[in-house]
Design a binder for this molecule. Structure first.
Ligand code: PEP
Ligand code: MN
Length: 338
């Protein structure tokens, strides 16, 4: 349910409505629209009819039922597109944002070299995993906190923001103390305890789409984060599993317009994990920009042949540089800017 307050509603009236909602065992989420407050009502309380009657309270304009199962992520609740800020980087306001870096943080030389290259090419956010969710328990699992320290060093040296993955609810606080954006990976897209924990963190969350999750299930995952009070969620389409084996995953480009119709959250695309092969990354990147993505997250490695993870899908710095030029051109064509 959504309660729209009148434009002239007073703070005391808002407080009273919220007090009543809570007394019916529901939760309130206040959303400030341009000129008025909206209150998202979620949870399993004492009955929707008892929320409906709050329409009689002073300051309340309307009580609106929300039909979609995801409430806070829905465009029904918030008509304006959401954006978030990290220092002077804005994600989701029309300008494209490019996040780039290695799959895993491997050592200082590798990370600093990549950070320098992606910064020079125009990326504003450095990616790199310190905790890696690997299919095999014998594969490189990441440097852990040592990797987070290297990311922090690269951030201050090159003035880049940092996005890095967290795989365990217990590590959220630690990772949040180093990262600007917490990444939840495809394999954890329905790890509900992790989603709740990042929802309690005071850092933006980059939520990858699970390889087997439908768009509706994906938005329900975002809802877990939003319902814990963290409104800074960035969605990321990274390819889904299909019968096709020529690529690692199938990039679901249609998810971009579909999500734009359903949610106010920003949407970026990860062409690297979709393709699984560096050769296809440029085409998929340009297609994602043309389809309306708010940004991209791309794997770059100075020496892909030596990479400890995802070398075959990583661009070399000069390839990334060329791609950034092409992205700039494509952005112009569709009325966007990098
Ligand atoms: C990654 O970003 O390196 C990663 C593991 O991605 P995904 O969760 O999309 O597979
Ligand atoms: Mn990777």
């Amino acid at each position: 349910m959504l309660i729209a307050m009148e434009e002239k509603a007073k703070q005391e009236e808002l407080d009273e409505v919220m007090r009543r909602i809570r007394s019916l065992n529901y939760e309130c989420h206040v959303i400030s629209e341009q000129k008025r407050w909206l209150i998202g009502v979620t949870g399993n309380g004492k009955g929707k009819r008892r929320i409906q009657v709050l329409e009689c309270l002073p300051g309340v304009e309307r009580v609106i039922p929300i039909s979609s199962p995801y409430k806070l992520a829905s465009l029904e609740i918030k008509k304006e597109k959401s954006f978030l800020k990290i220092n002077d980087i804005v994600i989701g306001n029309g300008k494209l944002v490019v996040m780039a870096g290695p799959c895993s943080v491997e050592n200082e030389e590798q990370l600093m070299e990549t950070a320098r290259a992606v910064k020079e090419a125009g990326a504003t956010i450095l990616r790199g995993g310190a905790y890696k969710p690997r299919t095999s328990p014998y594969a490189f699992q990441g440097l852990g906190e040592e990797g987070l320290k290297l990311l922090a060093k690269a951030r201050s040296h090159f003035e880049l923001a940092v996005v890095t993955e967290v795989i365990n609810p217990q590590d959220v606080e630690l990772v949040a103390s180093y990262a600007d954006i917490l990444q939840v990976g495809a394999r954890n897209a329905q790890n509900f305890s992790l989603l709740r924990e990042v929802g309690r963190a005071r850092k933006p969350v980059l939520l990858k789409r699970g390889m087997m999750t439908s768009i509706e299930e994906y938005l329900m995952s975002a809802e877990y984060i939003l319902s814990e009070g963290n409104g800074d969620v960035i969605l990321c389409e990274r390819g889904i599993r299909t019968f096709e084996t020529a690529t690692r995953n199938t990039l679901d480009l249609s998810a971009i317009p579909v999500l734009k119709e359903k949610t106010h959250l920003p949407i970026i695309v990860d062409p690297s994990h979709a393709a699984g092969n560096w050769k296809y990354v440029p085409s998929l990147s340009l297609a994602a920009v043309a389809a309306g993505a708010d940004g991209l997250i791309i794997e770059v490695h100075p020496w892909p042949e030596k990479a400890l993870s995802d070398g075959p899908q990583s661009l070399k710095p000069d390839q990334f540089h060329t791609l950034m030029e092409d992205i700039r051109q494509m952005a112009k064509l569709v009325g966007r800017e990098l």
